[in-house]
Design a protein. Sequence first.
Length: 349
Amino acid sequence: MRKILGIILTSGLFITSVWADIDCPADSAIHIDTRTMLPDGSPNPTYGQEIATGICGCLDFVNGVQIAENTVTFTVRMVDNESIRGVELDVYHNAGDALYYGAEPYEDSNGDGNYNAGEPFTDLDGDGEWSSSAFGSRVDKGSKLLNVTDENGETRTMTLLSNRLDGFVKVLAYNTSRAWTEGNGEEGDLFFLTYGLPQGASALPAEIAFHFGTANLPGTSMDPDILNVICGHPDEDNPAVINTSNVATDLDQIFPDEFALNQNYPNPFNPSTQISFDVPAGSEQVMINIYNILGQNVKTLVNEVLSPGAYTMEWDATDAVGNPVASGIYFYELRSKSFTARKKMLLIR
C-alpha cells in the first residue's frame, strides 16, 4: 500500500493531503433488516434477520487538511462498488471549541458550492437573509456527488445539505429524480467539510479524531428497497485520526531546508512500517528503494519528481510483484541527484 503525505502551497492555501486508500472489496453488504413493512405495505417476512442489501460501499477521511485564513477543510472519500442514491452522515469530532460549524444550512441547488438567491435555507437568526458565519463553515461536493445520472443516463444534480445539531454535523445528499453515483468501485472525494477556527490555526490539536454516528448509503441494486450498503466507515470505536501537525502557518516554515531521511516506525515491524522523509524546494527526481541484505532491490516505493514538503511512505513488506518478503534485515534508501541516505530496518514475521 502506498501513502504519500506532502505539504504544498497553492492559491493561498496551506495544504496537507494523503490518499485515504480505502480497502473496500466488492462484497455483499449484510445488515439486520429493521423494516417492519415492505414498500407495498405488506409485513416484512425478514424483519430482524440478516439480509444482503447490495454491494459494499465504504467511507473514510483523507489524512490531512486544507487551511485558508480562519477555516480548515477536511475531506471525506468514498468507494462505491455499486451506485449510491444518497448519503446520510452524522459527523462527530473530539476537537471541542477549536472547530466551529455555524453557518446557516442551505440547499446547494445548482451545485456551485455557494448560496445563491432563491436557494432554500434555514434562517437560524430570523433576519430573513442568508447569513454565512464569520468562519464560513460549509460542505462542498466532491467528484462522487458531481458526477450523477438518473436511470435514463441524464446528468442530474445532487442536493447537498448540512446542519449543526447537538454535538455533531448532519450531512445529507439526495436527488428527487432518482439520480445516483457512477458506482465504479473507485475511490473518490465525496464531500469537503469546512469548519471555522475561532481561535486560529495555532489552536488546532495535532490530531483530531472523527467518526460517523449515523452512516447510510442507500444503494440501487436492491431497488425498490433502496437499502443501506455501507460496509466500512470510521465509527466511535474506530475513529479516523486526522493529522494536522504538518500544517505550517508561517510561510518561512512551509518547505524543508534540506533533504532528510528519518528512521522507519515501527522498527522492528510486522506487517508494515512507515518511512518519512523531507524534500526541499527545487525539482529533483526522488527515489525510495528497499534492498535486502544481499543488496538486491526488493521494491521501489517512489520514483518521481516530488513537490517540496514532508512525506510519509508505507511499506507493507511485499516485493515488486506483491509477494510477501521473508523476515530479516532490510535497507531503505532515499536518493536524488544531490542527496543519498540509507537506513536499516528489521522485519519480524
